[in-house]
Design a protein around this ligand. Sequence first.
Ligand code: NDP
Ligand code: 2IT
Length: 447
Amino acid sequence: MTLEDRLSDIYSSVLLRNPGEVEFHQAVEEVFDSLAVVVQREPEYLDAGVIQRLCEPERQIIFRVPWVDDSGEIQVNRGFRVEFSSVLGPYKGGLRFHPSVYLGIVKFLGFEQVFKNALTGMPIGGGKGGSDFDPKGRSDGEVMRFCQSFITELYRHLGEYTDVPAGDIGVGAREIGYLFGQYKRITNRFESGVLTGKGLGWGGAQVRKEATGYGTVIFAEEMLRTRGRSFDGLDVVVSGSGNVAIYAVEKVQQLGGRVLAVSDSSGYVYDPEGIDYELLQQVKEVERARICEYAERRDSAELRTSGSIWDVPCQVALPCATQNEISADEADTLIRNGCVVVAEGANMPSTPEALKAFQSSDVLFAPGKAANAGGVATSALEMQQNASRDSWSFEHTEERLTTIMVDIHERCATTADEYGQPDNYVLGANVSSFLQVADAMIAQGVV
Ligand code: NDP
Ligand code: 2IT
């Protein structure tokens, strides 16, 4: 059997063993596309069975989450935690609360997290979790009761040395607070390092809230630098308007760029004068309102509920909403309009067809597992501060984040060069993280 046949056999068995989990298949296929060159050079990775093992989570937990809503009715949701790999450290990765969550989404996110976390250079394994609970329109009391029920089941699988969740879509500081409070109550332990994204007054880290958005922009700035450019004077489009998007907008503006559009699931706002970061934060983070509120309060802004945010011409595109939000057509539009850099703030926002379009154009493209790793890296910095009962200043933490992002960029670019595919950040990210994870697995034996 040729090496390619052996890889494609493993992929076929992933499809068979995980029927219907299309997002998981997509994430695995993207990594496998990069691994062909690795097994050509070093077929012993196939012999050691690391690739099959990496595609099978170490543990998958699925549980009932019953809770009582404000009208006294009993609601039942489904909770998930997929503990993918602990080869580099405790399982680490966020929790997503969104009605679209099912096992296939959690597994794609957990699989990518393993490689992303390796890229950070921090001692963290990979995992992901969440629920099909929809926080939209729910009161604080409902969200609290849901979180309490969720963690009352999940707590037994967590611990600062075991599994350390954080936020993702639908899970921010409010939810982390409720989860932590109930974890502490059940265990009778103030175990700071069991969750990250905590409030600043009780064990949280400076810059964690900003880290994913900031990190994505720092990564994109490094990409621009390879072309002798910077954000200064560039037009930028950022999709989404949640945690990642808001702080990406802030950082772009700090670096002299102008963000022309942001979105949520109801449409996008076009603001030719540049998105007002403070108004965006007030509307979306403080008031939890819809994006149309932003357009209503700002004369220069216009709400668009048809067409695509990617129709807006820009030099830098930062997809920061959700998976598969850029289709092949949208990628073609971006390319035609002169886009130079695409850096994924979200996880897997480009469809496979969009990815191919970017890669066969002059666009520099960075996958989420590299570009958005600043969030989880700063979570690891939070764990570090918790372990030493210390807390660092904003400036010091941001400096650490910047160094980490510059290092990830360098690592991806160097690996892509070494494998004869300069500028291929997808290959650079996949290969460099795979080698680190695979070598650690071999060193630790068949477990
Ligand atoms: P938030 O919940 O804060 O914001 C999500 C944003 O994306 C909202 O504007 C939301 O709009 C939009 N969105 C979500 N799902 C959909 C959908 N199915 N269709 C259209 N729009 C959608 O989440 P985050 O900002 O934390 O996460 C955004 C992305 O970044 C995700 O892919 C996440 O996995 C990734 N990420 C997050 C990290 C973090 O630290 N938080 C770290 C690394 C990556 P609406 O409100 O209308 O639903
Ligand atoms: O996708 C991600 O990297 C996150 N949601 C953040 C995970 C974390 O543990 O901070």
